[in-house]
Ligand binder design. Structure first.
Ligand SMILES: NC(=O)c1ccc[n+]([C@@H]2O[C@H](COP(=O)([O-])OP(=O)(O)OC[C@H]3O[C@@H](n4cnc5c(N)ncnc54)[C@H](O)[C@@H]3O)[C@@H](O)[C@H]2O)c1
Length: 424
């Protein structure tokens, strides 16, 4: 189905009502923004909308909208610390030696606004690009960082705790400047791209391309492409090796613990945890939980990933087999929301069992009754997956099965192959 803006709005409402906020950042844990907010909040955070307030930087600029420009100094210190953690971007800045290889690039961006993305945005500017930026997530913006960006001259439209209306207003202010037109889009989730598509389609005449970071955004772009509505080239950053093998694995390895600790304050030692999905994110989560002494079970539909879990020392079970005993369920499948954790699983769970979703952000825990239908197919599978599946009985590993709905969602056959060739 082609992208429907109204559907996105409905999804938005669903998300806010189900989870209390629009979406959680991925590599950036909720907790890091929580702690940040408490450190740099001040009495000027009075709950009134930044849209209603006059604003000006110390140099007299007013083309931005953030919570509180007085926080700029604190935000700048955060950015300087982040620069130390991001040597690659800093090398690019140094390597340019004052030249402007990106001169002429007019980048409109919509990403999490954190110290790390500030380093990216300012690197683009140092290299000659003109940038305007909005937040892709209403709760991840670090207000002080947004203030530092604005004070540094970047037109930024974002604050923590935007309403839905604010969210689209900020995006529109980025896109719809009177004297400026973007020729590149940098997006995380596809909202900016689809706003331009819906509200300012004529801008695409100028736009040379889109860079998209998230699974969700990529999925939307593929849908647009299939419907013949993607009129500019797009770069799929999500599937790059450095994103998959580093961001998904190592960042989630850290943020799972950080997020759970701060939101639940539980001990992990001795807890029984089931991690659904042993892809990159699942591998990171399992390693982190195991390191803290949790007893970790894995569910998988792909025999290869299941075998990897076995070889890494995890028991592979169906969720129904372990639902009764676990203290925590962590979903990392990236699969459609309705059927990984089902009503029948919830019914079995202990009182107080924690449900945590590390998969992409449109997913929240929805409860549905689903009945499995086992077709009597004779299928000859020749693949690595078949070979891996032959090893699983040795580990007494019990493979999960994708439902028809899940298979359709992932664009795979119920019987495999479960991963594209380039996955390997
Ligand atoms: N929280 C974060 O910070 C963060 C960071 C990066 C990615 N993500 C998201 O996490 C999700 C997973 O990413 P990934 O890189 O690990 O993907 P992946 O494709 O490498 O792994 C997903 C795994 O889940 C398995 N799976 C699918 N359906 C299943 C089911 N019903 N039961 C059990 N297993 C099932 C697949 O076989 C696969 O091995 C994606 O939605 C991604 O966008 C989150």
């Amino acid at each position: 189905m082609p992208i429907q803006f109204t559907d996105q709005k409905q999804e938005f409402n669903k998300r806010t009502s189900n989870t209390g906020h629009r979406s959680l950042p991925h590599s950036i844990s909720q907790s890091s923004t929580d702690s940040y907010g408490s450190v740099c909040s001040d009495s000027s955070e009075d709950g009134s909308s930044p849209r209603d307030k006059p604003r000006r930087t110390s140099k007299g600029l007013s083309d931005f909208c953030i919570k509180n420009i007085k926080q700029a100094e604190f935000g700048r210190r955060e950015i300087i610390i982040a620069q130390q953690e991001m040597p690659a971007l800093m090398i690019l800045r140094k390597g340019a030696g004052g030249e402007k290889p990106l001169a002429g690039a007019q980048v409109v961006g919509c990403t999490h606004i954190t110290a790390q993305t500030a380093v990216l945005i300012e690197t683009l500017s140092v290299l000659g690009a003109q940038c305007r930026w909005a937040a892709c997530n209403i709760f991840s913006t670090q207000n002080a960082v947004a203030a530092a960006l604005a004070e540094g001259g970047t037109p930024v439209f974002a604050w923590r705790g935007e309403s839905e209306d604010d969210f689209w207003w900020c995006i529109d202010r980025c896109v719809g400047a009177e004297t400026w037109q973007p020729n590149m889009i940098m997006d995380d989730g596809g909202d900016l791209t689809h706003w331009i598509h819906k509200k300012h389609p004529s801008l695409f005449k100028n736009i040379k391309g889109i860079v998209e970071e998230s699974v969700t955004g990529i999925y939307r772009l593929y849908q647009m492409s299939k419907a013949g509505r993607l009129c500019v080239p797009a770069i799929n950053v999500n599937d790059s090796v450095t994103k998959q093998k580093f961001d998904n694995l190592y960042c989630c390895k850290e943020s799972i613990l950080d997020g759970l600790k701060r939101t639940t304050d539980i001990m992990f030692g001795g807890k029984q945890v089931v991690v659904c999905g042993y892809g990159e994110v699942g591998k990171g989560c399992c390693a982190a939980l195991k390191a803290l002494g949790a007893v970790v079970y894995v569910t998988e539909v792909d025999p290869i990933c299941a075998l990897q879990a076995c070889m890494d020392g995890f028991r592979v079970n169906k969720l129904s087999e372990v639902a009764r005993q676990v203290d925590m369920v962590v979903t990392c499948t990236g699969n459609c929301n309705k059927s990984v954790v089902r009503r029948e699983h919830l019914d079995r769970m202990k009182d107080g069992c924690i449900l945590c979703n590390m998969g992409h952000s449109i997913i929240s825990f929805l409860v549905l009754h689903i009945s499995f239908r086992h077709d009597n197919h004779s299928i000859l599978i020749i693949s690595d997956e078949y070979v891996a599946s032959l090893h699983l009985p040795t580990f007494d590993a019990h493979l999960s099965e994708v439902t028809d709905e899940q298979a359709k969602y992932l664009g795979i056959s119920k019987h495999g192959p479960f991963k594209p060739n380039d996955y390997r």
